[in-house]
Unconditional design. Sequence first.
Length: 309
Amino acid sequence: MKDSPVLKLQDMASSSSTNIEELLLRAKIISVKLGLSDIAEWLEHELTGYPNDVELPEYRIIRDAKVMGFNPQRGWIPCSLFNLMEADKRAYDAVTTINFNNPVSMIAEFAKSDKTLYCDLPEPCADFLREITSCNFRMSWPIVPSLMTKILSHVRGKVVDWALLLESKGIYGEGLLFSPEEKKEAQSVTYNTINNHGNGMTVLGDVNNDHSVVGGTVSNVQQQNITGDFSALERQLKEHGIDDADINELKDVIDQTPKPETKEEVEKGFGAWIGKMTIKALEGAIKIAGAAAPALLTNAICHHYGIPV
């Protein structure tokens, strides 16, 4: 038992001095050797970041986040969203929910900061708020380091829970080896608490720079090969919950717009339609997260024209 990797993992996870990446790498080795693919997948997402088509664990989602506007004369001031909360709860939730799919190493760096980080809302969210609040300031979410520390604590706690569960099953190992009996017993151990909610928003930027940005990323979302085939694009849009009227409107724009050659030309030529769909996404009327809608729809149209994204 002195060389048990499971007991060693418990000891590492319970110590705040243990590097979080080292802890997760050790846990990943154990999970792979035991053949626990679901746990290994969770650990891999924590280490490398969550793809946009993977739902985030609840502990990586910040709800009811404050929104601040930057007044050049007064500095950061709160943006009142009470009327929005009363009028449209879904839109309110869209602009006050922050999802962190960053690698755990980046979360750890944020946690070391000694100041509040101001992360800009995605432009569709900011434009939506400017329109309804008549506030033309830069819109940001204030992120305090303690929120990042809380995420790290959840990760450590889940590793501890898993390691304790292995011990309760009599699974200890020796060195980094496990007996056939231990591997068989381990198959009864699953990790069902990591697939919750999320829209794939990512915090980007230097943690020492208060201009860090929170924005939707969809680069890992698999796009269908729809080059030049509107029927394929139409099927994809319907899968996202976009209705026939809006799809027909897009087709009219495609028919009337000169063929774009770059992503920038797509954004310019189809910006009005994409903006309209983004508002619907913010309101929950289509099956796309509001923050991710602009990039996802832009990429879909680019694929239609065979434009690299």
